[in-house]
Design a protein around this ligand. Structure first.
Ligand code: PLP
Length: 403
């Protein structure tokens, strides 16, 4: 039996939760504050405008104590009525998860599935909306980046397609994986509701989620009959008392952590944050291409077109090589945890043996990412898996040259 080389600092390279910066952890390491004191109230109030900067909106932001599923439910309850229909654009797993939350609320849905390796075809969406002459569809829901397939959808293109056919449906976008990783400009791109959470690009422990609200979404809110006391945007945005913003005790420690994360992002500048992700992702894709050597049945990026890949996570197809064994080797033998593959069929569940995911979101720099790639390369060798040489050289060159 060979000696393990796993001891040392572990690296979490899964697509969320992401690596927590020391600054975030340190900001949370404190005694409970007075929840009515200015320290906390002032800090919380400072978070909203900065969240809006990250999302590219001058609209409103609402913070819930919850994960991404909570943000999904909130977005639906605040804009829709029982029996309303949504058009759900599926490019992997996560729009299906949103639908899973919508169905018990009595929301009707039409699913357009573009498969597990392609982005939304905006022309097909336009056709579907044009068929809806009586405007039964009240919202189009989709993900910006699908964390299962690692596809990046063209949100401005989708907005244009909706506008071109003059359909009044809301555009609601899940940026849970992409916010503060891939470029996103809510207002410029005409997004009505943006749904997000804190544990990926926002580098904060899971537990906070967000709805960002545009003007048209507020108009829908006025008519929505699924509103409940807890999710209601109005109470949280317009409540006179701080306590109402969170519908109860505020998530004080998470807010301190989020404040530190926002400081890091805004100090770096969103353009630079997006470019850092782009540059590091280019290294991942170069390594994957090299491992597979261009063979159709070999190791390859699930999304063929680089312009349609998210820079937050890469789903890697491993053909006839066992991805589970590779992940297990990296985890147990080398201290790097990779993301499991998620089934890309229309049916939920499963951790297929021919897929794994490399998370490259949030608090990440070149040496962390190159360490992950080098570990995968070592795992391929240790397991005797056939793979192309010089992947690390290709990654380093791509990162060095990417601008
Ligand atoms: C794109 C996307 N949407 C929604 C979710 C669900 O978020 P949560 O697990 O925090 O409920 C995830 C989680 O990975 C995700 O990646």
């Amino acid at each position: 039996m060979t000696v393990s080389i796993a001891n040392g600092t572990r690296q979490l390279s899964i697509p969320g939760p992401s690596v927590l910066p020391d600054a975030v952890l340190n900001a949370m390491h404190r005694a409970s504050p007075n929840i009515y004191g200015e320290d906390l109230v002032g800090l919380a109030n400072s978070v909203y405008p900065d969240l809006c900067k990250v999302a590219g909106t001058s609209g409103d932001a609402v913070i819930y104590i919850g994960n991404g599923h909570a943000a999904w439910e909130a977005s639906l309850c605040n804009t829709l009525s029982r029996g309303d229909k949504v058009l759900a654009l599926v490019t992997g797993r996560f729009t299906l998860g949103w639908i899973d939350i919508a169905e018990p609320l009595g929301i009707e849905f039409e699913i357009m599935d573009f498969g597990g390796a392609a982005s939304v075809d905006t022309a097909k969406v336009a056709e579907a909306l044009e068929r809806d002459k009586t405007h039964q569809i009240k919202a189009v829901i989709t993900v910006h980046a699908d964390t299962a397939s690692s596809v990046l959808n063209d949100i401005p293109g989708l907005r244009n397609a909706m506008d071109a056919v003059g359909h009044p449906a809301l555009l609601m976008v899940d940026c849970i994986a992409s916010l503060a990783c891939d470029r996103f400009l809510m207002d410029d791109w005409g997004v009505d509701v943006l749904v997000a959470a804190c544990q990926k690009g926002l580098m904060t422990p899971a537990g906070l989620c967000f709805n960002f609200i545009g003007k048209k979404a507020w108009d829908a809110h006025a008519k929505a009959d699924l509103k409940t006391g807890y999710w209601d945007w109005d109470r949280r945005v317009n409540g006179k008392v701080f306590y109402q913003k969170f519908c109860g005790t505020p998530p004080s420690h998470h807010l301190f952590g989020l404040r530190a994360a926002l400081d890091m992002l805004l100090e770096e500048g969103m353009e630079n944050v997006w470019q850092r992700h782009q540059r590091l992702a280019a290294g991942v894709w170069a390594a994957v291409d090299c491992w597979g050597g261009g063979r159709e049945d070999g190791i390859r990026c699930n999304i063929a077109d680089p312009s349609r890949r998210t820079t937050a996570v890469t789903t890697v197809q491993t053909g006839n090589l066992n991805a589970t064994a590779l992940r297990e080797w990296c985890d147990s033998q080398a201290g790097v945890t990779l993301g499991i593959g998620l089934s890309l069929d229309a049916v939920f569940g499963g951790n297929p043996d021919n897929l794994f995911r490399i998370g490259h979101m949030g608090h990440l720099n070149a040496h962390m990412l190159l360490g992950t790639l080098a570990t995968i390369d070592t795992g391929l060798k240790a397991l005797g898996y056939e793979h192309g040489d010089a992947a690390l050289d290709a990654a380093a060159t791509a990162i060095a040259n990417a601008r």
